[in-house]
Design a protein around this ligand. Structure first.
Ligand code: CA
Length: 660
């Protein structure tokens, strides 16, 4: 059949009905005395399951064990039962179509061998580290979410991390406590000290572009999916034995939970690395979105895009998310290029997670854009920013308006934003503070809960590099005072906006990639967290840490409903200054009934008029930890009417008096 003919059939109501009836239980279903293999392969003439002792041909004892013809169980499904304990046995499917036989992996595989070349049957119960059953009950205790975006290899690549060599760059690095550099904590102790509530890990599922059997020097962000339901092998201490990566990934999650940190997984269901592997062999052109002529469309700019609106593709995504949440105790999902998914599928995932985990709110957020035009089927709506009101309120989006207002466009490196010198952005920054819930924007947020606020993630320049460039400088290493001030103000705005703050790991110590704007496959030396710099920039790190802590003490920020808008006023948004007044009194027992916040980006010192009453300085451009100094809380520490502020500075003040 031609791609066009496939398209016609797949889009028919009859085919959709058959797909729904096929069920949702696929893959190698392990039991101690037998394994049932189930695969969906429409229009295949025959399917066999091939068993192997090893995951690759290069290993000792690599010869095949058996080849079992599967039986057709309904219009498009095949199944067979193989007796015996198959835990650790590798397998593939051999699919015959139009007279040609092609071998492929199982897209539903829960384990695989080196480089994901063969799937593996696994007894998952045996992969749980000690105490993992108790870990299932773990849930986030802190109410004020702050997310830290981190890459597994970046975290512990550097020797100065103090992590033992065999764990460096791998899942197990997260399990090592007590590491430090020049007396400053590193590793998981550092994460704990930062006070972040969630670590958001760049892809940890099996991706294709790093050779898992190589020296370990190869690097990739991991946005090139191979096996969606298996952890990446280059992060395991042994990529060959399919059990090891599963156990070690679980060890990492358990260690983060024990440190009080929830785990968000970056998921990339929008495309696959190859366009001719398992999905395509089993169901030609089904899992991928097609152009009018039947050819593969390319909304991801990576060669293909998946078709979430097709039933089995949407079902695959749902099942995969549920699997990670249940089997690995994942606490949140970040959807790469979410704009390539339809709103119906996204909302169905939200509903599914809420039903499966009634006592735990699993985070969902994503990039509300695509990388190129996408021909989504008629009657479906892409989960892009302008459709944010069609998404469940429990699905948030990366707020690129906030990002660009604060520090300038990601598409034009030299273009500044509010903190680094562009004029006329006061109103936009004020909207950012209100999570763009103030109306009058081309997109309409349903509540602050839908806004993920950030200035830098793995994509584009690091915040530090961007600020160096917009200042017309070129020394990324140097701890330049001006850049430091801009960085602090940017962090202050992100942390004092309604919604949920997120920042790139290392942003808090002036992370630089030396001007590398797209480091997705640059060396780990460029990408890694530089623990030496974390010591050199300890004052900036402390500023972030104190901001996170201060935010956690302002009850107002836990309210992400529209009702919270009634408790905040923009009292100024002009002359390089944005001033906010928060009524914090109705948010439980609180140190401060009112909070006054000023973002000032001007080049000269300025006067700030204060609302009536006596105020205490909680944070200024130098320190975000003034509130910790008890002595300032006496009479001597009080100010009223007005204060002076330095150029490019944040000011936060608190008042114990109710608004009159
Ligand atoms: Ca891999």
């Amino acid at each position: 059949m031609t791609p066009y003919e496939y398209k016609r059939i797949y889009e028919s109501e009859a085919f959709k009905k058959e797909s729904i009836e096929a069920g949702e239980s696929w893959g190698a279903l392990y039991q101690k005395d037998k394994t049932v293999f189930k695969v969906w392969a429409p229009f295949a003439e025959s399917v066999s399951v091939c068993l192997y002792r090893t995951g690759t041909d290069g290993e000792a004892g690599a010869e095949g064990i058996s080849r079992t013809a599967m039986e057709k169980t309904d219009t498009h499904s095949f199944s067979c039962t193989v007796p015996g304990d198959l835990d650790g046995i590798y397998y593939t499917y051999e699919v015959e179509r139009e007279g040609t036989k092609t071998e492929c992996t199982d897209p539903y595989a829960r384990a695989c061998g080196a480089n994901g070349l063969r799937s593996m049957v696994v007894n998952l119960a045996d992969t749980n580290p000690a105490g993992f059953a108790e870990d299932e009950k773990w849930s986030q205790k802190k109410s004020n979410t702050v997310i830290y975006e981190l890459h597994v290899k970046d975290f512990s690549w550097q020797e100065e991390s103090g992590i033992r060599e065999e764990y460096r760059g791998r899942f197990m690095a997260f399990t090592q406590k007590g590491t430090s550099y020049l007396g400053h904590p590193t590793g998981i102790d550092y994460l704990k000290e930062m006070g972040i509530t969630h670590v958001h890990l760049l892809p940890i599922f099996d991706y294709a572009s790093v050779d898992e059997t190589g020296s370990g020097e190869a690097f990739n962000w991991g946005y090139d999916p191979e096996n969606y339901n298996v952890p990446e092998g280059s992060y395991a201490t042994n990529p060959y034995d399919g059990h090891v990566r599963i156990r070690e990934c679980k060890e990492m999650i358990k260690a983060l939970h024990q440190a009080g940190i929830a785990v968000v997984m970056d998921v990339v269901y929008n495309h696959t690395y190859s366009s001719d592997k398992a999905f395509q062999v089993l169901a030609p052109f089904y899992y991928y979105r097609q152009n009018e002529d039947g050819s593969l469309s390319n909304g991801s700019a990576c060669g293909n895009e998946t078709a979430s609106e097709r039933y089995m593709a949407g079902s695959f995504i749902r099942q995969s998310v549920l699997y990670w949440a249940k089997e690995y105790h994942i606490d949140g999902f970040r959807f790469d290029l979410m704009g390539l998914h339809d709103t119906e599928t996204m909302n169905s995932i939200r509903k599914m997670l809420d039903t499966a985990f009634p006592h735990k709110k699993i985070l969902m957020y994503g990039e509300p854009w695509t990388a190129a035009a996408s021909p989504m089927a008629e009657g479906f709506y892409p989960a892009v920013k302008n459709n944010v009101n069609m998404l469940d309120n429990g699905i948030a989006i990366f707020n690129d308006n906030t990002r660009d207002a604060i520090k300038g466009s990601v598409f034009y490196g030299e273009k500044p934003g509010f903190v680094n010198g562009r004029k006329g952005l006061e109103k936009e920054v004020a909207s950012a503070a209100l999570a763009f819930c103030d109306g009058g924007h081309p997109f309409s947020m349903q509540s602050p809960a839908q806004s993920i606020n950030y200035v830098s993630v793995h994509d584009n320049y690091t915040l530090w590099d961007k600020l160096v460039i917009t200042a017309g400088l070129d020394d990324y290493q140097k701890k330049e005072e001006r850049i430091l001030k801009e960085n602090k103000l940017a962090a202050g705005i992100v942390m004092m906006c309604m919604g949920t703050p997120l920042f790139q790991a290392g942003e808090e110590f002036g992370r630089t990639k030396y001007g590398d704007e797209n480091s997705y496959k640059s060396s780990p030396d460029i990408n890694c967290l530089d623990w030496k710099r974390s010591v050199e920039f300890a004052d900036l790190t402390a500023y972030y840490r104190d901001l996170i802590s201060l935010r956690g003490k302002i009850g107002f920020f836990t309210d992400k409903s529209m009702d919270a808008l009634a408790h905040i006023q923009i009292i100024k948004a002009e002359e390089d200054m944005v001033n906010l007044l928060i009524d914090n009194a109705s948010y439980g027992r609180t140190l401060w009934k009112r909070i006054f916040i000023s973002f000032y980006a001007g080049a000269e010192a300025a006067r700030i008029e204060l609302p009536a009453g006596k105020w205490q300085m909680l944070a200024d451009g130098s320190s975000a930890g003034l509130w910790k100094k008890r002595r300032l809380f006496g009479k001597a520490g009080k100010v009223e009417k007005e204060i002076n502020t330095e150029p490019v500075s944040l000011c936060i003040l608190g008042s114990s008096e109710q608004i009159s």
